[in-house]
Every structure is written in structure tokens, then in C-alpha cells.
Design a protein around this ligand. Structure first.
Ligand code: ZN
Length: 284
């Protein structure tokens, strides 16, 4: 009896041992699962409904960090505060920078647009929402594939095949978005509460106008400026996301008689998500 128990434990430990990985946001979980398949246990840091700009890990999540071999960092804001703590908690954990090789754009800034009262320089930082551009997701996927292949060379062929399938899905998504937007004029502007879609906009020749200013809701005076801008630009929809309040967007939409569409850049179904936003912008 004892012998059987011992063998079972032995098999569990050595044959079924998966790679333990931690990711910051839900789309990353999708990417790592797509490539790592059943060889990788992925635990998620920023739980659904929370903002990756301000997240604070729970004690149970620190336990996941303590037993992880890999942390896939994607450059979201809470990592600036927490990555050092994660690394000192688990010195054997390898931190992979998924943003390597991705050119970051400046964060959406109202100073870019010449509309009256906003003259001071706003938001000098870099935009962290890189995963809304399929080309960036290809770079991210290559980092994930190379990392898994190095840490677990026995399963290289498995990871390679998954990686190739995922690249095909990315290409298919990109093709669908281009098709959806084929009748949409270049430079079409869309309004968002939180500026999460800058890379998506750039990739498809669109422009994102943010309601949020320096991470805050606009002041009454700024709101008047934004309404004027939305009218001038013939904005037909304001995108909000569940991680942030949509009260300001609702006020604007009521006044302008346009739609508010709630769509999160942080959902698991990355491909469907981009297609949804493309359809909304195209008025489909
Ligand atoms: Zn954000």
C-alpha cells in the first residue's frame, strides 16, 4: 500500500510536473495558455474588473508567485511597484519582459490636439496597452514560445506547433479587422473613456480621443471642450470599460445622443474583443 502511494506521489511530482507561470493581465493568460497548453499552469495577477494601473496583489497571489518558475511581465503600471517585491519573494523565478522589441507610443495626450484650454503638457509617459495591436501580440507570442522552449526543451515540438497555430489566429484576426474597417475612412476618430486602444488605433489608421485626462475624469470646463470636440469630429460612440466608472461617458453620450459601448481590453477572448471594437467603430 505504502509503496503504491509513494509511486503515485513520485509520478505526480516528476512526470506530471507542469511549469508554474504568473501573468499580470487576462489577455496574457490567453497567450500563455495558447502556447503552453496543458504543460503550463498559469495564474493571473490582475483579477477581472480591476485596473492594472493600481492593482494590489492578494496574499493568495503572493503564494502563487512564491512557487512560480516564470513571471511574464507586460509593462502594466502595477508591475512598477510589485515586480521587485515578487523577485525578492522568489529568487528562483525568471521574469520575462514581453515588451522587449515593441516600440511604445506616448500615452494618449490631449496636448496632441489643438483644442483651446488644454495647453499644458499632459501624460508624458509611455502607453502600456500594447496588446491591442496584433503585430505586438506576435512579438509577445515569440517571447513566450522561446521562454517555454528553453525551460522545457523536451516539449519543444509541442510549443512550436501551438505557437504556429496561435500566429495563424493572430493573422486571421488582423485580416478580419481589416475587412470590417475596409469602408471606414482613414483617420476616423473614436472616443474612449480610458485610453486603452491607442495601439489598435495606430495599427488600423484610426484615432482614439480620450475622455480621461491624466488618469482622471475631466473637470466641468474640460468636459465642455470634449463635447465640442466630439461634435466637431462627428463621434458616434464612446467606449467605456468595466474597470473604470462610465458616469462621465454616459453624461456626454446623453448630451450628444450617441451610444456608450462597454468593452474591456482586459478580457480573455483577445481576438473576439478586437473584432467587437472594430465592428462598433465601423457602425456594424
Ligand atoms: Zn489602462
Amino acid at each position: 500500500m505504502k509503496k503504491i502511494l509513494f509511486i503515485t506521489l513520485f509520478l505526480n511530482t516528476f512526470i506530471l510536473a507542469n511549469i508554474n507561470a504568473v501573468v499580470s493581465i487576462l489577455p496574457e493568460q490567453t497567450f500563455v495558455k495558447a502556447i503552453g497548453g496543458d504543460k503550463v499552469n498559469v495564474s493571473l495577477m490582475v483579477l477581472p474588473g480591476n485596473s492594472p494601473h493600481t492593482y494590489e496583489p492578494k496574499p493568495s497571489q503572493m503564494k502563487n508567485v512564491a512557487k512560480a518558475q516564470l513571471y511574464f511581465a507586460i509593462g502594466v503600471e502595477f508591475e512598477n511597484v510589485w515586480l521587485d517585491k515578487f523577485e525578492s519573494l522568489n529568487k528562483n523565478m525568471q521574469v520575462i519582459d514581453l515588451t522587449e522589441g515593441i516600440e511604445k507610443r506616448a500615452i494618449a495626450s490631449h496636448a496632441d490636439h489643438d483644442h483651446g484650454s488644454h495647453t499644458k503638457e499632459e501624460g508624458t509617459g509611455k502607453d502600456p496597452h500594447i496588446w491591442t495591436d496584433p503585430e505586438n501580440v506576435k512579438i509577445i507570442s515569440l517571447h513566450i514560445y522561446e521562454t517555454l522552449m528553453h525551460i522545457d526543451p523536451d516539449n519543444k515540438a509541442y510549443y512550436k506547433s501551438n505557437y504556429e497555430k496561435f500566429i495563424a489566429l493572430i493573422n486571421h484576426t488582423d485580416k478580419q479587422i481589416k475587412q470590417i474597417l475596409s469602408q471606414t475612412a482613414k483617420g476616423t476618430k473614436f472616443m474612449v473613456f480610458h485610453p486603452s486602444w491607442g495601439y489598435f488605433a495606430k495599427a488600423y489608421g484610426l484615432e482614439q480621443l480620450a475622455v480621461e485626462i491624466e488618469g482622471k475624469s475631466p473637470k466641468p470646463q474640460e468636459l465642455i471642450g470634449l463635447m465640442k470636440e466630439a461634435k466637431e469630429e462627428k463621434i458616434t460612440v464612446i467606449f467605456t470599460q468595466p474597470e473604470f466608472s462610465d458616469s462621465v461617458a454616459k453624461v456626454m453620450a446623453n448630451e450628444l445622443n450617441i451610444k456608450v459601448i462597454k468593452v474591456s481590453p482586459l478580457t480573455a477572448d483577445w481576438s473576439k474583443n478586437l473584432i467587437t471594437i472594430a465592428n462598433s467603430i465601423a457602425g456594424k
